[in-house]
Design a protein around this ligand. Structure first.
Ligand SMILES: Cc1cc2nc3c(=O)[nH]c(=O)nc-3n(C[C@H](O)[C@H](O)[C@H](O)COP(=O)(O)O)c2cc1C
Length: 191
């Protein structure tokens, strides 16, 4: 069920590094993204697959869990073993704001497919596009717009419900269990 996949598809920040995500798995995720809707059907997004040794190049350029500055996440030895860098082909459209919604749709589609494959991931918007472009020798026309980490999750995440006015900040307990507060259904429907 889609709802079960949505509940399971959390932003994982801890992975089993002994599980190496393959190029074939990443291609399957991008193939799922291909079916996503796109504004005026322009489909300006392209995908740079990062796996194997290249992961070490990209990992230090990604910033994780800004709400937990006291922690270094992922913990050493628990990094994702692949990334998909979503790029916008500027020759198709040079308006990046116009396609931000497309980016969200393809990213979530790939993450849901990853969960179905027994994997998991995390969207990373906190990176410097120029640095990533240079490190991966991306073509001039390719602007990185979102990084999606992929791996075999090895951490526990618990969803909680909050009332209006309560903090939406995610947090961890002494056992490194990660808690993600979500607003209640009755608090997000406007009528
Ligand atoms: C567009 C977008 C960008 C994000 N960027 C980052 C990021 O740079 N680093 C990070 O650790 N998490 C990032 N996240 C993950 C969010 O922090 C996460 O979705 C939120 O804490 C809720 O947790 P959940 O995805 O498990 O529901 C991003 C999420 C979205 C939707």
């Amino acid at each position: 069920m889609v709802k079960d996949l949505l509940k399971k598809s959390r932003s994982y920040r801890g992975y089993d590094e002994s599980y190496l995500v393959t190029r074939e798995q990443l291609l399957e995720l991008v193939d799922c993204a291909r079916y996503a809707p796109s504004s005026v059907n322009l489909q300006p997004l392209k995908y740079r697959l990062v796996y194997g040794d290249e992961v070490k190049t990209l990992q230090p350029l990604t910033k994780w869990a800004r709400a937990l500055p006291q922690l270094t996440l992922p913990h050493p030895g628990h990094c994702p073993t692949a990334f998909i860098v979503i790029c916008q082909d500027l020759e198709i459209s040079d308006s990046i704001p116009r396609f931000q919604k497309d980016v969200g749709i393809v990213a979530q589609s790939m993450l849901l497919a990853a969960v179905e494959m027994g994997l998991g991931g995390c969207m990373i918007g906190n990176f410097n596009a120029g640095e990533v472009k240079k490190a991966l020798s991306l073509p001039e026309k390719a602007a990185p717009v979102l990084v999606v980490a992929i791996g075999k999750p090895d951490e526990k995440i618990v969803l909680t419900q909050i009332d209006p006015g309560q903090s939406t900040d995610y947090y961890r307990d002494e056992n490194d269990v990660h808690y993600v507060p979500k607003r209640k259904l009755e608090d997000i429907v406007l009528n």
